[in-house]
Design a protein around this ligand. Sequence first.
Ligand code: SF4
Ligand code: SF4
Length: 421
Amino acid sequence: MLVPSDRRPAQGNCLTGAIMVCYIVAGGSRLPLRRYLRAGRAGWIAGEHMAPPVRDMISGFRSMLGIISSRLVLAGPRSVALAISDVCNTKCIMCWCHSPLISPARKTTGASPGAAYMDPALFETILREARQMGTYRVVLGGHGDPTLHPQFDRMLELMDRLKIVPYVLTNGIGIDEPRLRVWATKRAHFRFSMHAGDVETWLRVHTIGTEGQFQQLCRTIRALVAAGTPHISTMHVIHKQNYRQVRRMVEHARELGVKDVLFRPVRATGLLADVVLDPEQETWLRYELAQCLKLAERYHIRTNLHEVLDHNLYIRSGVLDTRHLYRRIPCYIGWIYAEFDIEGAMTPCLDSRIVMGHAGRDRLRDMWTSPRYWTFRRHTRRMPIRGQCVPGCVCHACCMAKFNVNIYNLLRLRSFRYGEA
Ligand code: SF4
Ligand code: SF4
C-alpha cells in the first residue's frame, strides 16, 4: 500500500482521480450511472431489490461523491459497527477489558443478560434504519465476544433477511455443532481472533483456555472454510507471548484452509505494558514478518504484512501515533462509517466521544444529517489545514487510520483498496 506523501494534494489531481473512482466504483459502463445520479437528487437509495454487492458498489459510489464534494452526504454510512456484547468467555493476556493483568473485577463469563448485551429490539431498530439508508456491512463486536449474545443467531437471521452482510469479530470458543451448521450457510465474514497457530502459544495467550477449546476452534474454522459460503479470516495481535511463533500462524492458516490473515502489533500501555516487545524483540519480529510475507505469498494467503512492515500501522512500543499522518491527510470517516455502543449511542468513530444521538430515540437518518455531524465532518476535513485533532476525538492515536489512508490513496488512484474502507 502506498503511504501518503508529504506533498499537499493538487485539486486537479484529486478531481481527475475522483471521476475515475466514481466510474470504477460504480462498476464501469455496465451500470446505468445516470439513473443513480438522478436517484441521488431525489433522495436516498436503500437498494431494496439489489444484490448486496451491487448495493455496496452504489453506496461506495455515493459516499465517494459526498467525500469529493465535502458538502453533501448522498448515502448513509457504508458500514456500521455495533457493540452487542461486553461479555467474554476467555481472558486474553493483552485484552484491554478482560486481561488478568488488569482489574479482575471486569466482566467475564456469566454477566447478567440485559446489562452486558445490546437489547435485541434496539439492534433491530438500528439494523432496519441503516438498511433504509443503504448500509451494506454491519460489524458485530463489543468489549467482549459478540457471539455470546443470547440472541446472536437470530440477529444473523435478521441480517440475512435484510440482505446486510455481517462482519463478526469472534474468538470462536464455544461454537458447537448445531451452531456451526447454521453459520456454514451464512454469507457473512467471520474473523477469528486467534493470536496463535499452535496450542502452546494459544494457551499462553488465552490464560483460562484449554487444549480442547483450541482443537474445537480449529475444527470449527476448517469446517466453515470447507463450507465455502462464509468468508473466513484469522487475526493475530502480536505481543510478547506469541511473537516468536508468527511463522507458525501462517502455516496454521494454510492447514486450516484460511486465505486471509491479519496481523496487528499490540496496543498496550499502563498495566498491560508488560506484553509490549522491547526494541530488540521488535527488530527480530520485523525480520520474521518479512519471512512470513514471502511464505504467505507462496501459499496464496492474503495478509496485511506489507502495511505492517511499511509503517507498522503507526504503533510504536505499544502506543498508537497518528499525529503526523493527519497533518498530511484528512479524515473521511464521517461519510462512510458510524458506531453504536451497547446502549445505542451513535458516535462517528471508535476513538470519538462525540455522541450524535441515541438509536431508538432519534432516527438514524436525522442523526447522520444533523448539524452536529456536519460540524464533525468539517473538522475532520480541515485537520491537515488546522493541524489540530477534532475536538472530542483521539485523532493523535486513531485506530481507523487505515481506512483514511485507503480512501486518500483511492482518490489519487494510487490504490483501489476501497473494499476495506
Ligand atoms: S477474546 Fe477478545 S474480548 Fe475476549 S478476552 Fe480475548 S481479546 Fe478480550
Ligand atoms: S479519531 Fe479522529 S481521525 Fe480518527 S477516525 Fe476519528 S475523527 Fe477521524
